[in-house]
Structure formats: C-alpha cells, structure tokens
Design a protein around this ligand. Structure first.
Ligand SMILES: *[C@@H]1O[C@H](CO)[C@@H](O)[C@H](O)[C@H]1NC(C)=O
Ligand SMILES: *[C@@H]1O[C@H](CO)[C@@H](O)[C@H](O)[C@H]1NC(C)=O
Ligand SMILES: *[C@@H]1O[C@H](CO)[C@@H](O)[C@H](O)[C@H]1NC(C)=O
Ligand SMILES: *[C@@H]1O[C@H](CO)[C@@H](O)[C@H](O)[C@H]1NC(C)=O
Ligand SMILES: *[C@@H]1O[C@H](CO)[C@@H](O)[C@H](O)[C@H]1NC(C)=O
Ligand SMILES: *[C@@H]1O[C@H](CO)[C@@H](O)[C@H](O)[C@H]1NC(C)=O
Ligand SMILES: *[C@@H]1O[C@H](CO)[C@@H](O)[C@H](O)[C@H]1NC(C)=O
Length: 496
C-alpha cells in the first residue's frame, strides 16, 4: 500500500455543490438515468465511499443522436488505486472516454453514442470522499458551447468559431498578422508557421522562450507514440501510440513549410474546421436559413455568414474517422479500427511496422529508426525499423544479427552522429522487469552485416539502476549518453 499525500483534502471539501435533487448514491448496483439533467455521486461530500465499491451509472439519452456531457464538480479518490471509468456506450466493451483517479478536476467528457456508462471502483484500503458530477443530455455536443446553433444534431458554428462543439476560436489573434484567414484557417505567409502563423522560420525574427500552437485536433489524440523531427524534409513524423482504446499503427507527418499534416500516402489531413462531417438534414437547414433571413430583414443584418459555415460542414469529410457516432459495433480489446495495412498496386501487403505503443524512435540519416514497443496482443517487439523519408518506405533491419536485444517497451533509442551508432537504453521487459542494459548497433549503407552488441561499461558491472520511461540524449562534445528521469529500481551488486 503506497501512501499518497492527501494534505489538500480538507481544503477541497468546501467546493459548493448545486442543490442536489437528483443525487443517486452508490450501492453496488447499476442505476439507469434517463432525465435530461442530473447529478451523480457515490454519496454525500465529506462522507467516504466504502471499500470494495463497485457502482455503475448508465445515462441513457432518448436517441443515439444525442450527446451526453459529464462535468465533474468534485473528485477525490485514492490515486492509482480507486478509479472512475467513463465509457461511450452501454457496456464495458464500449470506447473508454477517460479513466480518473486521485484529486483532480477532469475536463468535461462528451459521449456521442446516446449512452454513457460510468463505473466507480475502489480497492479494500484507504477510502476517500469520491466524486460528484453533473450530466446533461443535449441534441448537439456541449450544446454548441453558446457559439453556434444546433441543427439536426450538428453544431453550425457562429463565424469565427469552429470545432465539433464550436468551442474553438478560428484564426485567433488575426493569424498573428502573418497570414490570411481562409475558410476558418490561417494560411500563413512565406516564412511563418503554425495554426496562427505565430512562429517565424527566420532565426532573427524569432522571439525565444515562448510556446507556439502549431496544430490542434487534426490527428487522433494519443499517448506513448513516437515523434521525430527530420531536418532533411523539415517535417515531424509521428508513429503509433495508444488512444485509450486502440493501439495505433499510423504514420502522420507534419510539414513545417505548409503547416499541414499528411498521412503516409501524402493525403492532406484537415481539422474539424467548423463542424464535423455529419450530414445536416435539408429541411432542418431550410428552417434555420428562413429564420436567419427573417432576422436579417428585421434587423437589417448583412448576409448571414451562417450559410458559409453550413457549406464547410457539408464538405468536411476528414473527421469522420474520429467519431464513434453511428458506428455499429465497438471494437473489443486489441481489435483495430484505425489501422489499415496499405496495399501496393499489385495487391501485396506493404511491409511496415504493425500498431504499437511504448516503442522508441530516433533520428537517423535519411529518416528515422524505431525499436520495440507493445503490440495489440500485449506482447513486446524487438523489431528495428528504418523509415526512409525520401523513398517513403519502411525497412526491417538487423535481420542477420546473431544477437538481438530483448523485446522492450518504454526504452530509449539514441543516434550518435560521430560514432554512427544507435544506442538502446533501459526499458521494460515482457513481464515488467526494468532493464539496466545498453545495446548498440551500426547500420550498414551497403546491405552489409548489421550486428547488435551489448555495451558493457568499462570498469563496472553495468548501470547501477534499472530504468524505464526515461529520456536519453547524446552529447557530441562529451561523447556521452545523458539519461534523465524515468522510473528506477536499484540493482544490488555484490562487490568482491
Ligand atoms: C426524452 O423524451 C421525453 C418525452 O418525449 C421528453 O420529455 C424528454 O425531455 C426527452 N429527453 C431528452 C434528454 O431530450
Ligand atoms: C475518510 O477517510 C480518510 C482516510 O481513509 C480519513 O482520514 C477521514 O477521516 C475519513 N473521513 C470520514 C468523514 O470518515
Ligand atoms: C441548449 O441550448 C438551448 C438553446 O440555447 C437551450 O434551450 C437548452 O436548454 C440547452 N440545453 C441544455 C441541456 O443545456
Ligand atoms: C514542403 O516540402 C516538401 C518536401 O521538402 C515539398 O515536397 C513540398 O512541396 C513543400 N511544400 C510547400 C508548400 O512548400
Ligand atoms: C467526401 O467523401 C465522399 C465519399 O467518400 C467523396 O466522394 C467526396 O469527394 C468527399 N469530399 C471531400 C471534400 O473530400
Ligand atoms: C508487388 O510489387 C512490389 C513492388 O512494386 C514487388 O516488390 C512485389 O514483389 C510484388 N508482389 C507480387 C505478389 O507481385
Ligand atoms: C532512402 O531512399 C533513397 C531513394 O530510394 C536512397 O537513395 C537512400 O539511400 C535511402 N536512404 C537510406 C538511409 O536507406
């Protein structure tokens, strides 16, 4: 049992709850809620939940076209032992929207399947006062956040607002004065980059020590992926990862010269600019336009820009993949929905790494290298892949090596340009054991022998700690690998 500091608990209890008329507390059963608004809680604030809690709430909308928004008012559970899980559906096989634990204020969560299933689970120790959340059911996501109108379950956003729920300000900050706002997106002038054209690619114009938003909501949100910047192409290559439900196997490329994402086949990806590509019912649209026209003539307003917005929302196809809405069956664990193995013209499967997360990647002349990672079936990989950015092709390397490092995840891969070696440090092994090993390999440019070797540090038995989920950089000046952070366990050596 790990002791987690909870000194802030008492201070938090004073958060004011709205008058709770719908409070349905936790008694190890599933409650089904069909009202359009309500509050759920494991019990009164200030009173602890019981040990071995298992409580379920199923919120059910009138139709699968409706959206359910959950807003946490309060949350405090034993961090990483007691959890609240939220699913977009009516079963635990439905897509997981979030997993929450500890003392925090989760962001609002929106379910789009017409159902939201909430599970609170606690272990046998250390009870705290749990959570309280408010839900509401609306015809559009987050009821269009006051920046749009809900037409046939789709937000038609006001001018200057975009996103599925109209919560995103478009062309913010007038594209920083370095671009033009075209169809809700900044088109940056030569030499400027990013969602709002705020980053200059001239060193002399660049104001240091500042964050820039380069892109938002274009590719699938993920964790435990790899991202490598390649200067030859001035692009960032993002591979794989995990999105809470699926292990991803896609390669996405962010081009700095055009501030755009592309997929592996070179198709440009666009964000949900103004609305998601949900077809709007024509009669509902007509009614809305008539209303707008009336308003216009009554108030003498100019041409309603809403018309423009509707046109965008009809032509925007690219965000369909990201919706759960309307999809018949939900994928089970390990099933893939996003990963599609691409095929060559003659029908043979392209050789490429399969979906994975917790792998490591590093820059390598001509592209980047990728090692290991956790696969959808839970096993770990020991594959070494090279992606060639010019040929846009994957190549499995070191196949002839007499020795291969173990399958790993959460390790690091680092290229040392002066020695032309690639170093593999630490990580987690198949059954969770951390590694204290360092391996290295030198790739051959002429198809020659590529051999992995274990690096045995001079004058010592090895790293004195096992490390995983760390970061490693190579310092050319001191010719050193610098290892930072991570999770450590000591190795006890017996010195004789
Ligand atoms: C569901 O339908 C009932 C009856 O038509 C209505 O009273 C209720 O407000 C609806 N709920 C939602 C969330 O739309
Ligand atoms: C709730 O549990 C915590 C730790 O388990 C304890 O310190 C606290 O006094 C309990 N509160 C109530 C109201 O029982
Ligand atoms: C959504 O917005 C509409 C119009 O602004 C309002 O009438 C309705 O009550 C809102 N619904 C919810 C669930 O907040
Ligand atoms: C960006 O760079 C890539 C590769 O260097 C090139 O193919 C592409 O045409 C460039 N795009 C623009 C808008 O300059
Ligand atoms: C949207 O998808 C349809 C069908 O897949 C396709 O025919 C159409 O060209 C797409 N539109 C855009 C703007 O990509
Ligand atoms: C398909 O084409 C690729 C290259 O274009 C080639 O390497 C491969 O052998 C071909 N496969 C078959 C089954 O013909
Ligand atoms: C990448 O592909 C190009 C063109 O096919 C080739 O000339 C180059 O040698 C390759 N680079 C590496 C690192 O394999």
């Amino acid at each position: 049992m790990v002791q987690v500091p909870y000194q802030l608990v008492l201070a938090l209890i004073v958060i004011v709850a709205p008058s709770v008329t719908y409070s349905t507390s936790c008694d190890k059963s599933r409650k089904v809620l069909t009202d359009s608004w309500g509050i759920i809680s494991d019990g009164p604030i200030g009173e602890n939940y019981t040990h071995d809690t298992h409580c379920e709430w199923l919120i059910k909308a009138n139709s699968t076209d409706q959206f359910i928004t959950l807003k946490f008012l309060y949350m405090n559970t034993e961090c990483s032992y007691d959890y609240v899980f939220v699913y977009d559906g009516y079963s635990f096989q439905a897509p997981l929207l979030g997993t929450f634990s500890g003392k925090n204020d989760p962001q609002n969560i929106v379910a789009s399947s017409g159902y939201m299933l909430i599970l609170m689970y606690s272990d046998t120790n250390y009870m705290l006062d749990g959570f309280q959340a408010e839900y509401s059911i609306s015809n559009c996501p987050s009821n269009c956040t006051h920046h749009g109108q809900c037409v046939a379950h789709t937000c038609i956003c006001d001018t200057d607002w975009g996103g599925e729920d109209c919560s995103r300000k478009l062309c913010a900050n007038q594209c920083s004065g370095h671009g033009d706002c075209i169809e809700g997106q900044c088109l940056c002038r030569q030499g400027y980059v990013g969602q709002y054209c705020s980053l200059s690619d001239h060193d002399q114009d660049r104001e240091g020590n500042r964050w820039h938003t380069l892109s938002q909501d274009v590719i699938e949100a993920r964790t435990s992926h790899s991202a490598v910047y390649v200067d030859d192409t001035d692009a960032l290559y993002v591979f794989g990862g995990f999105n809470l439900n699926l292990v991803l196997g896609d390669l996405k490329v962010y081009w700095f010269n055009s501030s755009r994402w592309e997929d592996e086949d070179g198709n440009v990806l666009e964000s949900g600019k103004l609305s998601h590509g949900h077809l709007v019912d024509a009669s509902a649209l007509a009614a809305l336009l008539n209303k707008e026209r009336e308003k216009e003539s009554r108030w003498g307003l100019r041409t309603p820009t809403i018309l423009q917005n509707i046109i965008y929302s009809l032509t925007d196809n690219n965000t369909w993949n990201y919706r759960h809405h309307g999809e018949g069956s939900n994928p089970g664990p390990g099933q893939l929905r996003l990963y599609r193995g691409s095929r060559q013209a003659n029908g043979s499967e392209v050789v490429r790494p399969g979906p994975r997360f917790g792998h490591a990647a590093c820059r390598y002349p001509g592209g980047f290298l990728l090692y290991g990672g956790k696969l959808p079936d839970g096993s770990l990989s020991s594959e070494l892949w090279l992606y060639n950015v010019t040929a846009r092709s994957w190549d499995l390397r070191a196949l002839g090596s007499n020795f291969t490092p173990p399958p790993l995840s959460k390790h690091t891969l680092t290229y040392a340009p002066d020695t032309e070696h690639v170093y593999l440090v630490g990580g987690s092994r198949q059954h969770g054991e951390f590694s204290n090993r360092i391996y290295r390999i030198k790739l051959s440019t002429v198809g020659g022998d590529e051999q992995w070797t274990e690096l045995v540090p001079r004058g010592g038995p090895g790293l004195e700690f096992r490390v995983t989920a760390h970061s490693t950089v190579y310092d050319v000046y001191s010719k050193s690998l610098l290892i930072y952070g991570g999770i450590l366990t000591q190795v006890r050596y017996t010195y004789v």
